[in-house]
Design a protein around this ligand. Structure first.
Ligand code: EPU
Length: 435
């Protein structure tokens, strides 16, 4: 078993360069399957999800050459579109292979997508979209089979704003016949990033970044070079980390506009920022006050920030509240924080009430998803004693080297591994450790 050992540390100080966006990269990599020539992608993070994609690429005949964060992808040798269900369920965005492969291969089979464990994550909007384009979708014995002799452009209205379905339908429709219009589309920077890559490849897309995207199908797509946008979710966690630990952090290599909802809300709590063209320096030298936060889809305050934010709010005297409207079940980190001495009340509706300024102490805690891992790591940095965080595999899905990143800012953190250590996690509120 692997775990992170985090000791109470001095306030985080220094500068950190933010890597390429995980969620963007997952869409960009699938988009390359649509090209008839090699595509070069820069700034792709070397995270666990990418390693699974390389295995899937090997299986289907997609060639990926890697030099640092630069990849050359050649889709001309793809021989099949059967995605191993085990590999598909190793991460969430495996479903982008449907959008990336359907127009060329006419039939894609794939297992149920996996990913972060925070309750039900339906993909009905993806399926509805593929069907609207003319595909037949079957689910049998753990496999989805999506089949279409031809994809025909159409109008698709998403019943809720979803980044995943917007990217997937964008991928599926760029080589469909005629015009597709996506209504109520997600406006996330990651959607725009994928649309920019596809446009460089020769796709005809208008309106990405708004809630109406118009795609005119083309017969072929060419090679190009594209750089993934910086990871706004990693950047936001470091901004929050500065105030949580009482330090000062500059995140560089970012697009500050992508973090607007995060910085505005943190300013409401008392954070101070110096914002440049490609960097933000974050600190909270003059005290903090409780806030109320409701998550929403971009450009609203993102669900991915609420978990590190919870740790911050445990440090602020008074009562704060977070309502996660996007993933109401993304609240398991609160149980773990309570184990460390926090006082957080959880309501079924995804609302959490944080009674701040209780002192935290180290404990064995479990990260159920990548952002929960960061939340617990920040808690470990300010808690008395030592905190041990399991569920490291989730953290590795989002961060190339979490230990190096936080150590460079002064965190006392190390990654431990011992096959003889096991944990009985059958009881949610008390973890038993045996060695
Ligand atoms: N939804 C449906 N049906 C669908 C699709 C989505 O009901 O077919 C709902 C979801 O349940 C949710 C909302 O729509 O309530 C938005 O979901 P979305 O599709 O935008 O989420 P996702 O694509 O599954 C991505 C990121 C998440 C991030 C969310 C929200 C990837 C791989 N994942 O998930 O990132 O939290 O968008 O911004 O891109 C993370 O990086 O830690 C992470 C979980």
């Amino acid at each position: 078993m692997k775990w992170l050992e985090v000791k109470k540390s001095l306030p985080l100080q220094g500068t950190i360069t933010v890597p390429g966006s995980k969620n963007s990269s997952l869409g960009l990599l699938a988009a390359c399957c649509l090209a008839d020539e090699p595509v070069i992608l820069d700034n792709i993070p070397n995270i666990q999800d990418f390693r699974v994609i390389c295995e899937i690429a090997d299986d289907i005949g997609l060639t990926i050459e890697k030099e640092g964060s630069r990849l050359v992808l050649d889709a001309t040798g793809i021989t099949n579109a059967d995605i191993d269900p085990k590999k598909a369920s190793a991460y969430r965005a495996s479903y982008y292979f449907i959008g990336g492969l359907l127009s060329k291969f006419k039939k894609v089979s794939i297992g149920y997508p996996g990913g972060d464990n925070f309750g039900s994550r339906p993909i009905d909007q993806h399926i509805k979209g593929f069907k609207a384009l003319g595909a037949k979708v079957n689910f049998y014995q753990g496999y989805y089979t999506v089949e279409a002799k031809r994809l025909k452009g159409t109008e698709i209205y998403f019943d809720m704003v979803t980044m995943g379905a917007t990217i997937n339908l964008l991928l599926a429709s760029v080589r469909a016949e005629g015009r597709t219009i996506l209504y109520n589309a997600a406006r996330d920077p990651e959607v725009v990033d994928v649309a920019i890559l596809l446009s460089k490849m020769g796709a005809k897309i208008k309106g990405a970044g708004t809630d109406k995207i118009i795609i005119d199908g083309v017969d072929s797509l060419k090679g190009c070079t594209h750089r993934a946008i910086p990871d706004r979710l990693i950047a936001g966690a470091f901004l929050i980390g500065a105030g949580t630990t009482g330090g000062k952090i500059t995140v560089k290599g970012i697009i500050p506009e992508h973090l607007q909802s995060c910085t505005t809300k943190l300013q409401e709590a008392g954070f101070e920022f110096e914002i440049g063209d490609t960097y933000i320096t974050s600190s909270a030298p003059n005290g903090l006050q409780p806030i109320k936060v409701v998550t929403g889809m971009y450009p609203r305050f993102g669900t991915d920030y609420q978990q590190p934010l919870t740790t911050l709010l445990t440090r602020i005297e008074g009562n704060s509240m977070i309502v996660d409207k996007i993933f109401p079940e993304r609240i398991k980190h609160c149980i773990q924080l309570n184990r460390m001495g926090a006082y957080i009340e959880i309501q079924d509706s995804g609302s959490i009430f944080i009674s701040g300024s209780r002192s935290l102490h180290g404990a064995w805690v479990h990260a159920t998803d990548v952002r929960a891992g960061i939340c617990l790591l920040l808690a470990g940095l300010v808690a008395e004693g030592t905190t041990y965080i399991t569920g490291v595999e989730h953290v590795e899905r989002g961060y190339e080297d979490i230990v190096a990143a936080f150590s460079s800012l002064g965190a006392r953190i190390k990654l431990c591994e011992d096959d003889k250590v096991t944990i009985d996690r059958t009881r949610e509120t008390s973890v038993e450790i045996s060695k």
